[in-house]
Design a protein around this ligand. Structure first.
Ligand code: FES
Length: 119
């Protein structure tokens, strides 16, 4: 139904903004996949917390109002993310709520796939 619909805007490093629709309860990776959002290498581990390619950077106010706080596993993986900030999260761990409708996230240009770590 309409009230489950939320929109999310992904801001690419080149400034391009892509706004797509998702549903309450979906995470940002689900929304990228369902909408075929063109983000190179995004979500390589399919949300299993084994990469950091789904790294997104939030505005502070948005970071603060995400209901699900990062788990230790997410924080460990984020440590490996390219261009980590204090307002970074993994998109596969951000579940949309109605309150988050209209969320805008920045997707850094570089991605580190932790699975590529040589040793
Ligand atoms: Fe790999 Fe999110 S998709 S950690």
């Amino acid at each position: 139904s309409k009230k489950d619909k939320v929109s999310v805007t992904f801001i690419k490093d080149n400034g391009e903004q892509i706004t797509v629709q998702g549903k309450v309860g979906e995470n940002l990776l689900d929304i990228v996949i369902n909408n075929d959002v063109d983000l190179e290498g995004y979500g390589a581990c399919e949300g299993t917390l084994a990469c950091s390619t789904c790294h997104v950077i939030l505005k502070q106010e948005d970071f603060d109002r995400i209901p699900d706080k990062p788990t230790d596993e997410e924080l460990d993986m984020l440590d490996l993310a390219y261009g980590l900030t204090e307002r970074s999260r993994l998109g596969c761990q951000i579940y949309m709520t109605k309150d988050l409708d209209g969320l805008k996230v920045r997707v850094p240009a570089g991605v580190n796939d932790a699975r590529d770590t040589p040793i």
